[in-house]
Design a protein around this ligand. Structure first.
Ligand code: ADP
Ligand code: MG
Ligand code: MG
Length: 365
């Protein structure tokens, strides 16, 4: 019922051929609608109910997406590319709005469906990971001149490792579930790295790292890969686009994509940062950025990987201490296990620090 009302806001009243849930995203409710559009032609759209709990200001989110996609589209057109496949394209409602609301207050939006492309869940093939790196690098390159001050900061302090650590200390002190004494080792691991937690944010404050348009959810599953050519097409899932540091975007891809184990692996001996995958991603990312990153940004890429992983571990630890209120858990200690894989990765990166820096240097041209 709700959806019918939304579809009619887009002028789709009848002629619907199919309507099905789509994709494996964890945030929004995603559907693909196929319908008859004019004389005998079919059209597919991606309809999403936005997650209002995570995104408290859906209007601000949509404003960012509108601005960024318009900017990328313009460049694709100038270059003679295909704007329908090189960026998300928002479909406006009949009232000319980038989203619509249902009777319960929910926010919905629609995009042109990108045909003949797939977003993969896991790194099954290094080539695919490489393609995703190029696409995220391209995203940085295409937006390198974008006036970043025009973007809304839709989630405050999204990647501020130092603030996360402060939060951890506070939660440890309060210890609302009496769990702190059981995880002293993890707490110590975090506190021992307090100085480093500040490194990137302080560099940004001193103007040594530029504030850029960042994606903030740079996983493989948010990249469309062309089914025919196997080449990366574009980045999707622009909900968390906001001002930030490029090295955190790079770092999150590494954290997730270059790990040899799942985020919640219980056997920590299986967890490490794969240097072959690290190299593949670094090469693709810098290729995609095509000289748009500063020397300092490139130099800090390993730090981005490490701090992003560290930050993530802290977030899991906080949630464990708070009684698992943010991340969904599927078993007891799930968040603690997730924290442990992240911290294991951090330790592994510390062991491989020289190698990581050497790899980055090799492609830093
Ligand atoms: P979530 O925030 O829940 O992850 P996404 O915006 O990433 O939602 O969408 C979920 C999935 O839908 C993506 O992983 C991708 O497979 C697919 N998808 C997203 N946008 C499009 C699009 N415009 N065309 C085709 N598929 C898309
Ligand atoms: Mg997604
Ligand atoms: Mg998302």
């Amino acid at each position: 019922m709700e959806k019918q009302e939304v579809l009619s806001a887009y002028g789709i009243e009848d002629g619907i051929i199919s309507d099905r849930p789509y994709g494996t995203g964890h945030i929004n409710d995603t559907f693909v609608i196929e319908y008859m559009h004019g004389e005998g032609s079919r059209k597919k759209i991606l309809l999403q109910k936005m997650n209002h709990k995570v995104f408290k200001r859906p209007e601000a989110v949509m404003e960012n997406i509108q601005n960024v996609t318009a900017y990328i589209r313009e460049q694709a057109i100038k270059r003679g590319g295909d704007p329908r496949r090189e960026t998300l394209n928002i479909i406006l409602t009949e009232n000319g709005k980038p989203y619509c609301r249902d009777l319960t207050g929910g926010y919905w939006r629609a995009y042109d469906f990108i045909e003949g492309a797939t977003a993969y869940d896991r790194v099954e093939d290094p080539e695919c990971f490489y393609q995703s790196a190029i696409v995220f690098g391209n995203f940085q390159r295409l937006l390198s001149e974008y006036p970043v001050e025009n973007l809304n900061e839709t989630i405050a302090d999204f990647h501020n490792t130092a603030k996360r650590l402060e939060m951890l200390k506070k939660v440890v002190a309060e210890d609302p579930c009496g769990r702190a004494s059981g995880v002293q080792e993890e707490i110590d691991f975090a506190i021992e790295r307090e100085k480093e937690a500040h490194v990137l944010t302080e560099m940004a404050e001193r103007g040594e790292l530029p504030v850029r348009v960042t994606h903030n959810d740079t996983k493989l599953n948010n990249v469309m890969i062309d089914d025919t050519t196997g080449k990366g097409l574009c980045v999707v899932d622009l909900d968390t686009v906001m001002p930030g540091l490029s090295v955190y975007d790079f770092g999150d891809s590494i954290r997730f994509g270059a790990s040899t184990a799942a985020e919640d692996e219980q056997d920590l001996s299986k967890v490490s940062c794969d240097m072959i995958l690290f190299e593949i991603y670094t090469r693709g990312y810098l290729e995609g950025c095509a000289g748009k990153l500063t020397k300092k940004e490139i130099e800090m890429m390993p730090m981005g990987a490490k701090l992003m992983t560290f930050e993530c571990g802290i977030r899991f630890l906080i949630d464990y201490l708070q009684g698992d209120v943010y991340f969904k858990i599927h078993r007891e200690n799930h968040n603690l296990e997730r924290c442990r894989t992240q911290f294991r990765l951090v330790a592994d990166m510390e062991n491989k620090w020289e190698i990581m820096n050497r790899i980055v240097k090799k492609y830093a041209k």
